[in-house]
Design a protein around this ligand. Sequence first.
Ligand SMILES: [Zn+2]
Length: 223
Amino acid sequence: MWAGARREPGTGHGLYIDPVRAYAAAESSVATRYDRPMPVDPESLSIVHYPAEVLRTRARSVDHVTDEIRLVAARMFVLMAEAEGVGLAAPQVGLSWRMFVAHVPEDQQEGRSVDSSPASATRAPQVYINPVLSEPEGIVEPYDEGCLSLPGISGEVLRPPRITITATGLDGQRFTVRGEGLLARCWQHEMDHLDGVLILDRMSQLSRLKARRAIKDLERAAR
Ligand SMILES: [Zn+2]
């Protein structure tokens, strides 16, 4: 996820990648990659863009936390940081695995803290394997979300402000955290990716209208 609304104008587009080039790369790899048997070469992974099929596929559970999973997670951290994102799901790098990474840094101005209860930030990049969300709470709030697989597109999405996540970490242990604000939103956005759901399916009618041209451009680039 890319936190569209909270950036200075223009800076968010530092993540822009030529869609034609990116899709050519994605096309040659996705069809064979997203369901291919392990092992995966982590260095070969890159962010795939809509309308790649893997983004519309329900991802399957990860059986064991292996060295391969750790290497893929490390690569996803790099790709997320390069794209200035706060979250990145495995299907976005062409892998149909139930796993995502997130890093929502603390921000005093925005009131994001690791130590608040619920937490609204992460101390370091986190990995969430086979995640499950529970106990959503609060009146749904609008927020302008972007997505690293939808360059040039952002839209208002309604989500509950607080939620709990249970997932497996890289140490193989299950953990549970309650989150709020951007962190809770990020988890929900990334969780959607594991079910083949994109912000296009959730954004307001107005946002979708505004994004219509950018969506068409991505679809055209993929042909
Ligand atoms: Zn996304």
